[in-house]
Write a protein that binds this ligand. Sequence first.
Ligand code: SIN
Ligand code: CO
Length: 394
Amino acid sequence: MKIDQPLTLLGGISPQHFMREYWQRKPLLIRQAIPGFKPSLSIANIKQLVKREEVESRLIWQDENGWNMKTGPFDRLPAASKPNWSLLAQSVDLHDDATAALMRQFRFISDARLDDAMISIATDGGGVGPHFDSYDVFLLQAHGQRRWRISQQEDLTLEPGLPLKILQNFQAEEEFVLEPGDMLYLPPHAAHDGVAIGNCMTISIGFRAPTLATLACGMLETANDQILANLGDLGGLYANPVIPGPSLSATFKDPDTDATTTPAALPDTLLKATVDAIAKVKFDKHLATRFLGQWLTDLPANAYFEPGNEDLDLTVAMPTTGKLVLDRCTRLMYRDKQLFINGEVAPIPASSRLRQLADARELLCGSDKATKLKQKELRMLNEWQLEGWLHHID
Ligand code: SIN
Ligand code: CO
C-alpha cells in the first residue's frame, strides 16, 4: 500500500496524513469511504451466523426496564418488525473471506494493532447506548442508515449496575447520519451513540492495545518458558531446548555457611543467589520479540482451518501459475529474521521471500520471489498448506 497517496477509504487523505493527524487523536467522518458499498453478508446471513457456537455474539435491547443484554448463540431473535434491538457478531473476519478482505484494507496500520471486524444489525431505534471504547474503531455503515452522536467529553462516568457500559451523562457535540459506504473513525475514549434509522447494519473495524501490565507479564512468562526450556535433560520441561537464553541448571551451594542460632530466618546467601539468578535473564528486545511474535499471532479459540490438499506437494511440484495465499485466520508476523505463525516460532529464518508473504499475505507463483524459495522454505510452506494455514489458488 502506498502510504503517501490519497486514499478514498480515508476521504482522500493519505494513510500517513491520517496517522499523523487523526489516529488516536480525533474523530474523522468520511463520506463514501467505500463508494457503492455492498456488504458481503446480508442481515439474514448474520442471523444465520449467530446460530453457530463458535461465533461470539450479543443481543442488546431496550424495554420498559431499561437496557438488557444476552450472549449468543441465538436460534431465535426478536422479530424484524420489533424496534429497539441490536445484534452484534464479533470477529466475523474469522468466518467470512470477504469481511477478512475488507479488514485488510486497513493494513496501513500494523497487524499487531488490528483486532477484528464486528458486524451489528439493528432494527429502528436499536443501538448499544451512549458509551466509549478503550480502542480505536472505524465504523463503516453497511446497510440502511444510522445516526451517530459523538462527544469528546471528559466525563466518562458509567451508569452503575447495568449489563453494558452506558455513559451517565452523555452530551453530544456533533451528529451525523451515515449512509451505506460512509465511515466514522473514533479514537479511544471518544463518547458515541449510534442509533439505527430503520433496519441497519454497521461494520466496526476494531483495534487492540495491550495494557503495559499485559506486556510485562507476557515478558515474564516468556522468560519463564525460556528458563525451563534451557534446563533440557537436567529436568526441564522440553527434551530439546530451542530457546536461546541463560542456563540456570546449576544448584544453589553454600559451602562457607556458619552454624545458625536463628534457623527460621531466611539466609542471606539464598537471597543473593535468587537475585543473581534472575539478573541472568536479559529482559531485552530479543525476549520481547519472542513474546510478542508468539502472543500476537496466537489464534483465537474460534479460528478454524480446513485441512489442506494432500495431493499438492510444494517441495516436488511448486505450481508455476496462481498464487499462495494465507488463510483468512492465519496470523503471520516477523521481526528481523524471526518469523511467527499462529502462535508458533517458525523453524527457519524470515527471508525476504517469507517477509513478503507475511506483508502481502500472498505470493504469486511465477514471481521472482516464489521461484527463489529454498527447499527448506518450500518444505515449511507445504506443512502450512497441509495444516490449512496457506492455500494454492489458481
Ligand atoms: C454498533 O455497531 O452498534 C456498536 C458499535 C459501537 O458503538 O462501538
Ligand atoms: Co463503541
